[in-house]
Design a binder for this molecule. Structure first.
Ligand SMILES: [Zn+2]
Length: 354
């Protein structure tokens, strides 16, 4: 992995946007004598492929006639996360369709919310694995981090992305399709949700940040016009720029990415077909999400031209790496040094590829 700039630790101190404040109503305090609740749960499968229907269903028993609020919870490294809501029927039955849109291997359970008359209760947990329908190539061990300490985005946020097609080659339609397809595969591999913010006039990795910019930007330039090296052997660079101090699910200090993207050399992508452009983008998005180069040629994070021979899906090491920076690894929490400010540093923008 080559690093562009190793001049970190700049002393920029910036106001952070208001981070998501969740206001939660406290459950009514347990009064004397709320009745017991029992809940059962069973899962219709223990392993599945994306898009398959899996249900978690069971019964709530509380000797009442009230329909009870039931939530579906998934265990990720930072704790139990609510991923579904329903109400039990009059006879106590309830059921959830479990999300199977991304690759995970986690526990699931149902939680019955307390009422004034009845206590809350959680069901037994059951494990579900969502695995690819294809056989990924290579070893799950074939992955590396880009930064030194598992730098990554907060996987519990929805990340926005925009495309600056003003100078895009080979053409705006081809690049848009390749980028959307790649984002869908990254979302499937990480569990991170992405939202397309549309066309942007900004460029990625140029250190001119505007508040309204999407989190991740795709843009085009030439080697002569950028300080990022897009020389003869480099078709694009991907990564993130600004980062801030945060803690991972285990409380360890990491750098959380704030801005990132992919800058393409428009003279190189001009001669690419749709497949090659997406292959290049699959590699660069690995960097954007915090993955570094590997020394084997059967993964998308290879720095070599071998990636242009791979099928258009992430491989075993890529997928394992994505799981370590994705939702299953848990939410990150920004560290606030002084009230709402936090130190920033410019992370190395890495990536070399021809
Ligand atoms: Zn690279």
């Amino acid at each position: 992995m080559r690093r562009l700039s190793r001049t970190p630790v700049l002393a920029a101190v910036a106001m952070l946007g208001t981070s998501a404040l969740t206001v939660s109503l406290l459950a009514a305090p347990a009064e004397a004598g709320p009745r017991k609740t029992r809940v059962s749960a069973s899962l219709s499968a223990t392993a599945t492929n994306p898009g398959e229907v899996v249900t978690l269903s069971g019964w709530v028993k509380d000797k009442g006639k009230q329909k009870r609020k039931v939530v579906l919870e998934q265990k990720i490294a930072s704790g139990w996360r609510t991923i579904g809501k329903t109400r039990s029927a009059k006879d106590g039955g309830y059921g959830f369709t479990v999300p199977t849109t991304w690759f995970y291997s986690t526990k699931l359970r149902a939680r019955v919310k307390p009422t004034r008359k009845h206590r809350g209760k959680v069901s037994r947990a059951h494990k579900l694995s969502v695995v690819p329908a294809y056989t990924p190539l290579g070893s799950p061990d074939s992955w590396e981090t880009l930064g030194e300490s598992r730098d990554r985005w907060n996987p519990c946020r929805t990340l926005t992305y925009g495309i600056n097609t003003s100078r895009a080659t080979p053409d705006a339609g081809t690049v848009s399709t390749g980028i959307h397809n790649t984002i869908a595969l990254v979302s499937q591999a990480t569990g991170v949700r992405f939202k397309f913010a549309g066309e942007t006039s900004s460029n990625p990795l140029d250190r001119k940040w505007k508040r309204k910019d999407p989190d991740i930007i795709f843009g085009w330039t030439t080697d002569a016009e950028t300080k990022l090296d897009l020389g003869p052997t480099t078709a694009a660079r991907g990564g993130y720029d600004r980062t801030r101090r945060a803690r991972d699910a285990r409380g360890k200090l990491i750098w959380e990415a704030m801005d990132g993207g992919v800058i393409y050399d428009l003279t190189d992508t001009a001669t690419m077909n749709a497949t090659e452009f997406q292959q290049l983008t699959l590699h660069e998005m690995g960097h954007v999400m915090g993955l570094g180069h590997v020394s084997v040629a059967d993964q998308y994070m290879t720095p070599g031209v071998e990636l242009y021979s791979l099928p258009l899906v992430y491989q075993a090491g890529d997928l394992n790496g994505f799981s370590k920076v994705g939702l299953q690894a848990g939410c990150t929490k920004v560290v606030r040094f002084h009230r709402k400010t936090s130190l920033e540093r410019v992370a190395p923008v890495a990536t070399t590829l021809d």
